[in-house]
Design a binder for this molecule. Structure first.
Ligand code: HEC
Length: 129
């Protein structure tokens, strides 16, 4: 006698292993995502160093006039580059630092400020809010 359940059994196990495979893929994906997140959220040492310092907005204003005003305007009101007057309240400090040093948003060049110079520029950007 053929039992309908016995013919269903192989299909069932097939279904279960598919589910297992999917669960495995999902857990591997989440592990990878967690690792990626941990890596990304680790701040690089330069950003950390800058954030530890208390920059001077006066020095920052001088650096801004020499390096940035040509594109962002003498009062950061925007020219070729965007208006920066509210940028420090809308973007995180670590983003702003990366924006200035990374050179990843052409035509804005990358700048090689010492950590204290970068802290001064950051203080200046905050003073514009
Ligand atoms: C050659 C022109 C140029 C110079 C010089 C320049 N920038 Fe920029 N900057 C830009 C442009 C163009 C953008 C927009 C890039 C984009 O969003 O892809 C930008 C974007 C930015 C942003 C992000 C604005 C936002 O709304 O998110 C910040 C912050 C910034 N610049 C700061 C600076 C600082 C500080 C300096 C000087 C150290 C500087 N820039 C020098 C052209 C310039």
């Amino acid at each position: 006698m053929t039992d309908p359940l016995s013919t269903a059994a192989p299909n069932n196990t097939g279904g279960i292993s598919l589910v297992r495979a999917l669960v495995l893929v999902a857990s591997l994906t989440s592990i990878v995502l967690v690792l990626w997140f941990l890596l990304v959220s680790q701040q690089d040492p330069y950003v950390k160093a800058v954030l530890k310092l208390n920059g001077s907005k006066e020095k920052g204003a001088m650096l801004f006039r020499m390096n940035c005003a040509g594109c962002h305007g003498i009062n950061a009101q925007g020219l070729v580059g965007p208006d920066l007057r509210n940028v420090a309240s809308s973007r995180r400090d670590s983003d702003l630092i990366r924006q200035v040093v990374s050179g990843k948003t052409p035509p804005m060049p990358s700048f090689e400020f010492e950590a204290d110079g970068m802290a001064d520029v950051l203080a200046y950007l905050h003073s514009l809010d």
